[in-house]
Design a protein around this ligand. Structure first.
Ligand SMILES: [Zn+2]
Length: 270
């Protein structure tokens, strides 16, 4: 069973094993005024135990930071009803759209039965837009970026050298760039590798600069169009995601920012 893992004084990670589609990580940081939650998981069976563990800390939840708009990070916002919700402009725009429930069911069929509950509950809108780097609390620095999506935000806790990278980092799991830009993403990872010793990814186990460099090399191979043998041979979800990432990079080179046909197929739209 997943539990809150202490990374440093008042800094916790919630790491869901596997890290496949719909199975993401979250974090908690304690400041003097209360808690900041970093991402909220997806369906009730995931965020209820997380919210219960957070409640046991017995401190007010002041802030929810959404690293990006994907449903496996924003689905549990209703579990933290009194907190301000922080996200990028792109995250805010996406949360204002109707939830594409049928696509979620097709793409993450393991959770199909829980999406109706999620659709009924809905997600909370972003209340505070993050469009520039900012010191959110004495402990947390917000760092906007892009690459996985058009509006990624990372949270750096410099006093203990921990970075919550959101989906700019996938460790042990193949990244998914259907709404991103593999070339930009690979470039951004140069900075990410230097930000902190301990890196909490959006999916997979906690890692460090070593895993960031492996991810960067994989993404550069996607941009080049062929993926040679490498550490990624042990990653989950290669068969489905390699074609999506390669197609996306090739489409962007021709100026096409659309969803790759292989992704449309994966979500049941072709
Ligand atoms: Zn994502």
């Amino acid at each position: 069973m997943t539990s809150l893992a202490g990374l440093a004084d008042g800094v916790f990670a919630w790491i869901q094993p596997g890290g496949e589609s719909g199975v993401s990580n979250a974090g908690v940081v304690v400041d003097d005024d209360g808690l900041t939650i970093i991402d909220t998981l997806m369906v009730r069976s995931q965020w209820e135990p997380f919210a219960a563990a957070v409640a046991e800390l017995d401190l007010p939840v002041k802030r929810v930071l959404l690293t990006h708009a994907h449903i496996d990070h924003v689905g549990g916002t209703q579990a933290f009803r009194n907190a301000m919700v922080l996200g990028s402009p792109a995250t805010s725009d996406l949360l204002d759209q109707p939830m594409p429930v049928d696509a979620y069911k097709a793409f993450m069929s393991a959770f199909a039965e829980e999406f109706d509950d999620l659709a009924e509950l809905g997600t909370r809108p972003v209340s505070h837009i993050i469009d520039d780097a900012a010191q959110l609390t004495p402990r947390i620095e917000l760092l906007p970026a892009s690459g996985h999506t058009a509006g990624d935000v990372m949270a750096l806790v410099a006093d203990c050298d921990v970075l919550f990278a959101g989906d700019l980092c996938f460790f042990g799991v193949t990244p998914l760039a259907f709404q991103g830009d593999p070339a930009t993403w690979a470039d951004v990872l140069d900075a990410v590798a230097d930000l902190a010793d301990v890196i909490v990814p959006g999916h997979g186990p906690i890692g460090s600069a070593t895993e960031v460099r492996e991810l960067q090399a994989y993404l550069r191979h996607c941009v080049a169009g062929t993926i040679p043998p490498g550490p990624w041979d042990a990653w989950a979800e290669r068969a489905e995601r390699d074609p999506i990432n390669i197609e996306k990079a090739a489409m962007l080179r021709t100026g096409d920012d659309g969803i790759p046909p292989s992704m449309l197929k994966a979500i049941g739209l072709s």
